[in-house]
Design a binder for this molecule. Structure first.
Ligand code: ZN
Ligand code: ZN
Ligand code: FE
Length: 762
């Protein structure tokens, strides 16, 4: 027993960030043993609190290594240190979590199975050999199994599985990687696999995974209960199976993601940069968009018309075993749903909806508490872009440069919906919910909000919603505000984009916001989407925008880009019949009439619609099967060719500035008529837009004196445009802010809404 003497010091540490449920306490414990220090560690609120005692040198080394060697799945935002009086103690103890009511609860995102656990799974002699739910204190499901905070086994869906003696011994052994691992389980005590045919009838088989693999290699379609929901899967090299899967899912053209067994296999099939490799193998294991190699094709139609395919590596022991059993064959691994519906994650839901899609079920009896779709990331050079921030990231709180004065709920927009809870200087941005046009998704939206409020013990007092009066999220806010007598605040869509990009970069502005997307409600009633704003989180003004063009047919013009091409051509004084020869003359006449008489042709400044129009004009795509398809294919085409030169555009002297792409449209129409190579034209269009952004930013900077530019909006998922624009702006001396923590698309809107709400309440 050490007694307190002059040589011993004691420090209190409060470590905040993502530190709970990621193996932080066992890590601190083993570190304490390494350094011969005593003390305690416990979860409190959202933080880990440590008291450490030893020689000054040992304590300093402990604190240093605590941050440097922290578990991979953790994220330390801040370590606060206070001096304490040394006391008499002989060990370093882990204290049970306290269910205190203090704010600041953090729930860790799900973590992919770690290499050590996979090694155990591959080792037949190990206690965890071949067990598909192996995990340790540093890996495994978190958010998707937790029912309440703090994260401890009894408050997870592991509760029905009492540990066996062997697992319990490891759980209590400070020397074990599974010390205090809340999801520890083995074949004797843990969740079990079940294999069934489409009717849900169990198939009694001791070798379920190998039977499932046999079926897959035979061309059958299966559904797999994973971490955040059900997947539908099949052999990605079997064209018949892939085509059938698309037919049953009613998913005609949208690209499908695949899972490959290893990094080596990914490298064999795709061109991978070091940055892409890092994301692909990270402990969040997102889907990464990788450039295809032509030599080793997958089945046609995995991602037709695109240069990239969404690829992920196995992220659970079950995936790992399955990919081994199919002998490394790449698998289509797509969400378990039909068409627009949300991914199934409950067993009853899956049994009701998925038999129409799958020939068999590979499922298990561990309940999924919250749906969490796979995250999607793409790289523009070394710069990453979140297309979807979900599994592996949500609901880790983001530290933000503003304070919500009261618990606040921001409701996002309509498509790619994600909501956010704001509390103090933290924003909890939800997992990806989906498109609220779909009724099932809307139901899920409401129950997910309720789940987060319970989980984080937050009762919102302020609701923030989009200015659009008809968004389902706006309706939710209005109804709830009336029912619960809460304050509701409307935020203009592109102002929210600007604010989102600012706080994503820990900035509050002012800045020039380049907010380019498909659709956003403008205060003048027009459909905005090619906006240059000047402002900060509190207030923003429109400094420039694309010239309005009519959208003949309204929403229909989004699904049929040829309508936008006709509108742009007409406005530029080019005969649409000649440039859009593939479109029946009667259709073109109808559209011309609509525009002439201003029937169902709302004006828009949308940059997304401009890209659509260009894709249609080039004959790439006249009708789209999913949002953004035409623009994505235009980018894919442009990526195949380097080209110099730009097209002309004009700027008005008005306030706000108006950008007219008329000269561009005339030149592109002429290039198409001359049968110039489409790839060159596509490349030149991208370059023109990047140059336009630079030119307008210079003009706006002259007027406003601002030198920071924030790029936001779904158009900036276009990596080619993002890179060129970023490069030009940086060379022009601007400080450029890009999204890094949330997507540039409407998945990041709720973060911006929180920021605007907080700023306006000051
Ligand atoms: Zn592990
Ligand atoms: Zn066990
Ligand atoms: Fe948007």
């Amino acid at each position: 027993m050490l007694s307190p003497d002059a040589q011993l010091i004691r420090r209190g540490l409060r470590v905040s960030g993502v530190v709970q449920g990621v193996g932080f306490r066992p890590f601190a414990h083993s570190l304490a043993r390494d350094h011969g220090v005593t003390g305690t560690v416990s979860n409190r609120g959202g933080a880990v609190e440590i008291e450490v005692q030893g020689t000054a040198q040992a304590v300093a080394a402990f604190v240093d290594e605590l941050t440097r060697r922290a578990p991979t799945a953790s994220r330390i935002d801040r370590v606060a240190i206070v001096e304490l009086m040394p006391r008499t103690e002989s060990e370093f103890a882990i204290h049970e979590s306290a269910t205190d009511e203090s704010p600041g609860i953090a729930i860790a995102p799900d973590v992919a199975t770690c290499p050590q656990c996979l090694a155990d799974v591959d080792d037949a002699s190990s206690h965890w050999g071949r067990y598909p739910f192996t995990s340790c204190s540093g890996c495994g499901p978190r958010f998707t199994v937790v029912t309440a905070a703090p994260y401890d086994r009894e408050r997870t869906t592991m509760r029905p599985f009492p540990m066996c003696a062997a697992c319990h011994a490891d759980y209590l052994d400070p020397a074990s990687r599974r010390f205090h691992a809340q999801t520890i389980a083995c074949a004797q005590c843990g969740p079990k696999l079940a294999l069934g045919n489409a009717d849900g009838k169990p198939i009694d088989s001791p070798v379920q995974i190998s039977q499932a693999a046999t079926w897959i290699l035979d061309g059958k379609i299966g559904t797999l209960k994973g971490i955040g929901g059900f997947h539908v899967f099949c052999d990605a090299t079997n064209l018949t199976a892939v085509t059938e899967l698309r037919r049953r899912k009613r998913r005609d053209e949208k690209p499908l993601a695949i899972m490959v067994d290893s990094l080596a296999e990914a490298k064999r099939r795709f061109e991978i940069t070091p940055a892409e490799e890092q994301w692909l193998t990270s402990s969040a294991r997102p889907i990464v968009l990788l450039r295809k190699r032509r030599e080793i094709p997958l089945a046609a139609g995995i991602s037709a018309g695109l240069a990239h395919t969404g690829v992920m590596l196995p992220y659970s022991a079950l995936h790992h075993l399955l990919l081994k059993a199919v002998r490394g064959r790449p698998l289509v691994m797509t969400s378990g749903n039909a068409a627009q519906e949300p991914t199934a994650f409950r067993d009853d839901e899956a049994q009701a909806r998925l038999p129409a899609i799958a020939d068999f079920f590979l499922t298990h009896n561990r309940e999924i508490v919250s749906r969490c779709d796979d995250s999607v990331v793409r790289l523009a050079g070394t710069q990453h872009i979140f297309i979807r921030r979900s599994r592996g990231y949500a609901p880790a709180p983001l530290v933000v440069p503003f304070r919500s004065p009261a618990p606040t709920l921001a409701l996002g927009a309509q498509l790619k919906s994600a909501f956010a809870l704001g509390e103090e200087n933290r924003a909890i941005v939800s997992h990806h919910i989906g498109d609220l046009d779909d009724f099932e998704t809307l139901i899920d939206y409401g129950s997910s909000i309720a789940h987060y409020e319970r989980l984080f013990r937050l009762k919102p007092q302020v609701l923030i919603h989009d200015l659009h009066p008809d968004y389902a999220s706006t309706h939710y806010a209005m109804q709830r505000a009336t029912r619960e007598r809460l304050r509701a605040v409307a935020v203009q869509h592109h102002h929210a984009h600007l604010a989102s990009c600012l706080v994503d970069n820990n900035a509050v502005g002012p800045a020039i916001g380049v907010c380019f997307d498909g659709t956003g409600y403008g205060p003048d009633g027009a459909i905005w989407g090619g906006e240059f704003l000047v402002g900060d989180c509190r207030i923003a003004q429109r400094a420039a925008h694309l010239k309005y063009v009519p959208m003949p047919g309204g929403e229909k013009a989004i699904r049929e880009p040829w309508r936008m091409a006709a509108a742009y051509l007409t406005q530029a004084g080019v005969a649409a019949e000649e440039s859009l020869a593939a479109i029946p003359a009667s259709q073109l006449r109808m559209v011309a009439q609509m525009m002439n008489q201003q029937i169902n042709s709302p004006p828009t400044s949308s940059a997304g619609r401009f890209f659509d129009a260009m894709a249609a004009l080039l004959g790439i795509r006249h009708v789209v099967a999913y949002e953004g398809q035409a623009a994505m294919e235009l980018e894919a085409l442009a990526l195949t060719r380097e080209a110099g030169g730009v097209y002309e555009f004009t700027l008005s002297e008005a306030e706000p500035l108006v950008i007219d792409f008329g000269p561009t449209v005339r030149a592109v129409a002429e290039d198409v008529r001359q049968k110039r190579e489409s790839a060159l034209i596509a490349r030149r269009i991208h370059r023109t837009v990047a140059l336009m952004i630079e030119t307008v930013c210079r003009r706006v900077a002259d007027r406003s004196g601002l030198t920071t530019v924030a790029l936001s909006g779904g158009v900036f998922m276009n990596a080619l445009l993002l890179e060129e624009t970023h490069c030009r702006l940086a060379q022009a001396g601007f400080k450029v802010l890009l999204h890094t923590r949330v997507p540039p698309n409407d998945g990041g809107i709720s973060l911006g809404q929180l920021a605007v709400g907080a700023a306006q309440s000051e």
